[in-house]
Design a protein around this ligand. Structure first.
Ligand code: PLP
Length: 373
């Protein structure tokens, strides 16, 4: 966690009072909470009233997708347009709506670099004119880092509400809710140096969607539950810190990523980088090491003190080929020979050098053990 976020969390944890209570302790916490809301709003350029705090990005995605769908259904709109390589926290609620609530799903394909095919999107929008409840397309992909042209998606959508999962991009690259013209955006604290278990849905002012949780009526009646004030205040501190230092950190991390790729390519010339290096997140890189087994690679690197991931960490523990890489045209065999490295501004060039010094032997050992032809 960012130092500012740790300090904010520790300070707030010691404060007494429920932000919804009317006594002065409660009102004091409420003041901190509203200041945090303003901090988040400033960092993503929206109005404070458009920030709805949730516990996780998964929850915010569920609220956006289900809430906008149920709103659409009231106007007889049952089509959901989405990409074929969303995070499970968007993909699975959409599948659930299709299986239980009669949603008709249109999947927009991505190209080999991880960019959605905008002409397919245009066609889907015109083919289903008047029937679309929402479009949900992620801003930046968590496995390969590609950044979508969301402004273009919004332009194509016209009057259709557009939700973007911005969990990976918020605080890492330029992101303005207002400038993009989004209806809804999901952000999550733990991706930018904030605590676990706090996130937000940014939802256009005045829009009434169906809530997923019912109860005390907090957050415009859209997300009931006692405010997690310490985490929310800490989230805002992390977001403010990330935003204030974004440009410098972005350059640093991009530099580290270039070094990492060069160093790996030098030791393992057959390694293949997946996705685009420019229109992508500074710190995420996906690399296929042909004929290896990614789980074996991960464990061998772990033994060297290097932590990386085989696919999306969110679905780790479940060994299945990455739907993201398959959507980009990789074979099942290639997806299980792929690692994802995530870098932050706190990584160092020495750490990259260390990876470079062990990767060739790690790859050779994994190849020998994998039995892949
Ligand atoms: N969306 C994306 C793109 C993610 O990478 C993640 C988590 O890694 C999520 C959503 C889920 O967010 P959370 O972990 O806050 O539930």
């Amino acid at each position: 966690m960012a130092e500012a976020a740790v300090i904010a969390l520790n300070t707030q944890l010691k404060k007494l009072g429920n932000a919804s209570s009317l006594h002065s302790a409660g009102r004091s916490v409420r003041k901190d909470l509203e200041a945090a809301r303003e901090g988040i709003a400033k960092a993503i350029t929206c109005e404070a009233s458009e920030v709805i705090f949730t516990a996780t990005g998964t929850e915010a995605n569920n609220l956006a997708v289900k809430g906008l769908y149920w709103k659409g259904v009231k106007e007889n709109k049952k089509v959901i347009i989405t990409s074929t390589f969303e995070h499970h926290a968007v993909m699975d609620p959409i599948v659930w709506l299709a299986e239980h609530e009669g949603a008709q799903v249109v999947g927009i394909n991505v190209d080999s670099k991880g960019f959605i095919k905008l002409d397919e999107l245009k066609q889907a929008v015109s083919e289903h004119a008047g029937e679309v409840a929402l479009i949900s397309i992620m801003h930046a992909n968590n496995e390969v880092g590609s950044i979508q042209d969301i402004a273009q998606v919004v332009a194509i959508a016209g009057q259709i509400p557009v939700h973007a999962d911005c969990v990976q991009s918020f605080g890492k690259v330029e992101l303005s809710f207002k400038k993009l013209g989004l209806t809804a955006a999901t952000i999550s604290a733990h991706k930018l140096g904030g605590p676990l278990g706090v996130a937000a849905l940014i939802l256009k002012k005045g829009l009434d969607i169906e809530p997923v949780l019912h109860g005390g009526g907090q957050e415009r009646d859209l997300r009931s539950g006692t405010f997690n004030a310490p985490s929310i205040v800490s989230f805002a501190a992390a977001a403010t810190d990330a935003q204030a230092n974004r440009k410098v950190r972005e350059q640093t991390v991009r530099g580290l990523k270039r070094e990492l790729i060069q160093s790996i390519k030098k030791s393992v010339p057959e390694a293949q980088v997946n996705g685009d290096l420019e229109k992508s997140l500074p710190g995420i890189v996906s690399i296929t090491f042909p004929k290896t087994d990614s789980e074996g690679l991960l464990l061998l690197l772990d033994a060297e003190g290097i932590a990386c991931s085989t696919g999306s960490a969110c679905s780790a523990g479940v060994q299945r080929p990455s739907h993201v890489l398959m959507a980009m045209g990789l074979s099942e065999d290639e997806t299980t020979s792929t690692l994802r490295f995530s870098l932050s501004h706190l990584n160092t060039i020495n750490e990259i050098a260390r990876l470079g010094s062990v990767i060739a032997s790690v790859v050779a050992r994994s190849k020998a053990a994998s039995g892949k032809k």
